[in-house]
Write a protein that binds this ligand. Structure first.
Ligand code: PMT
Length: 396
């Protein structure tokens, strides 16, 4: 979000405290973030909190701040996005009816920026026809309305009306700031390791954390794709907006991928699948006894090779990752050919700053026609966008 200007508008609801985390996430992502509050919002959280988090002046009094006399006009016209979170029923009504009686409502009325509203209130209030009509009116005006989540509310009732988690608002906001250039595409991503049980307490696995695959799924969703993520066990939360399938073994991953492949335009296999599994998985914990124990391993199915062999019957863009510690290009090219792929991402996993576990990655993109593109060291989020940029022209 480095070149983006975002305004967070905070209105007077108990969920105003959650806006602090939203501002922190936006600032951390590099957005130039400013905050405007209603007078009631300042009763819940002080402007000083937001000033410290955003590093910018916070405005809540139309006539009392040290800006220029046209801030209420220029703010909303210089920004890329305005997020009103939380948005009270009162503020939503004012927006829907063009009422401008303080800085925030006046700024929103004059704005040319994209606007996103996150309603937060008691569920009966939210379900009230007046609020629903006002929200309908906002949608007609082109405002993005993020549905509240359900659950326990501050008024000790249950139902819709909770402000969504700041991380989810952040993701939705990010998607609004991006060109939806992958819209209409169904993308399946695999991520993480597989685990192959030896007995009920031990297993064979690898060092994959899922970071690369999750970054791909998140980036594809933000750019408008419909995304399914099949993941082995990781410590990560499923990315917002993505349909998530949790698996453990290579065989479970194979079944989940085959079940979901039919309507896919693109399949990206970033998962580190165990090539072998123990021939037998003991029903009970293997007891310590003999000085040496031999574990017999058998080959797992190669999921990507299976997809490649059925490419004629179910055509889609097939992208693999090749994790290598030597002869990177030769090995990756061989895998591309053997598995009948459209593209393979060669990953030198002998480096500390690339491959498994790290937040950065160093890749080479290898195309079916033999072309190779060497990318510089980048964050996994940046790698994800680069890989998607290179895949997009192949989707025809
Ligand atoms: O998860 P992180 O910690 O972020 O690490 C990222 C990563 C290093 C795991 C990732 O960038 C990566 O390189 N993933 C591929 C790892 C791997 O298993 O590579 P491979 O060369 O063994 O397999 C080649 C391709 O075949 C891969 O797309 C793999 O998903 C697929 N495969 C492999 C074996 C198998 N039985 N079935 C498969 O589908």
């Amino acid at each position: 979000m480095k070149d983006k200007k975002v305004i967070v508008g905070i209105t007077g609801g108990i969920a105003a405290y959650k806006a602090a985390e939203l501002v922190r996430l936006l600032v951390r992502a590099g957005a130039d973030t400013s905050v405007a509050m209603t007078a009631n919002a300042t009763r819940f959280v002080t402007p000083l909190t937001f000033e410290a988090l955003s590093g910018n002046r916070v405005v809540w009094d139309m006539f009392g701040h040290e800006g220029t006399s046209i801030d209420h006009i220029s703010w909303g016209q210089d920004a890329d996005l305005i997020i009103v979170a939380p948005a009270t029923a009162n503020f939503i009504a004012k927006m829907a009816h063009g009422i401008a009686d303080d800085f925030l409502s006046t700024m929103v009325l004059a704005a040319t920026a994209r606007i996103m509203v996150c309603p937060s209130m008691n569920s009966k209030m939210f379900e009230n026809l007046a609020v629903q009509n006002n929200l309908g009116q906002l949608k007609e005006m082109g405002v993005a309305v993020m549905e509240p989540s359900e659950g326990e509310l501050a008024c000790h009732t249950e139902g819709p009306g909770r402000l969504p988690e700041p991380e989810d608002i952040f993701e939705q906001a990010w998607a609004l700031l991006l060109r939806q250039d992958l819209s209409g595409l169904n993308i399946l991503v695999t991520a993480g390791p597989t685990v192959e049980p030896i007995d009920p307490v031990r297993y064979i696995t690898n060092r994959s954390t899922g970071k690369m695959g999750y970054a791909l799924a998140r980036a594809a969703w933000r750019r408008g794709a419909s995304v399914r993520l099949v993941s082995g066990p990781t410590a990560l939360n499923p990315p917002y907006g993505v349909t998530f399938f949790s698996v453990k073994t290579a065989e479970e991953m194979r079944q989940a991928v085959l079940k979901n492949r039919t309507d896919c335009d693109v399949i990206i296999k970033a998962a580190a699948v165990s090539d072998y599994r123990p021939k037998e998985s003991a029903r009970h914990k293997i007891k310590k006894g003999a000085d040496r124990v031999t574990l017999e391993l058998v080959k797992n199915p190669d999921i990507l090779a299976q997809l490649g062999s059925k490419k004629k019957a179910s055509p889609c863009v097939l992208v693999g990752f090749a994790a290598e510690t030597k002869d990177l290009l030769d090995n990756a090219k061989e895998k591309l050919k053997a598995k009948n792929l459209d593209m393979i991402i060669a990953n030198d996993v002998s480096r500390d700053d690339a491959g498994f576990e790290s937040d950065t990655n160093k890749i080479k993109v290898i195309y079916r026609d033999g072309r190779v593109e060497d990318a510089p060291l980048m964050t996994k989020d940046e790698v994800a966008d680069l890989v998607l940029d290179r895949i997009k022209p192949l989707t025809g």
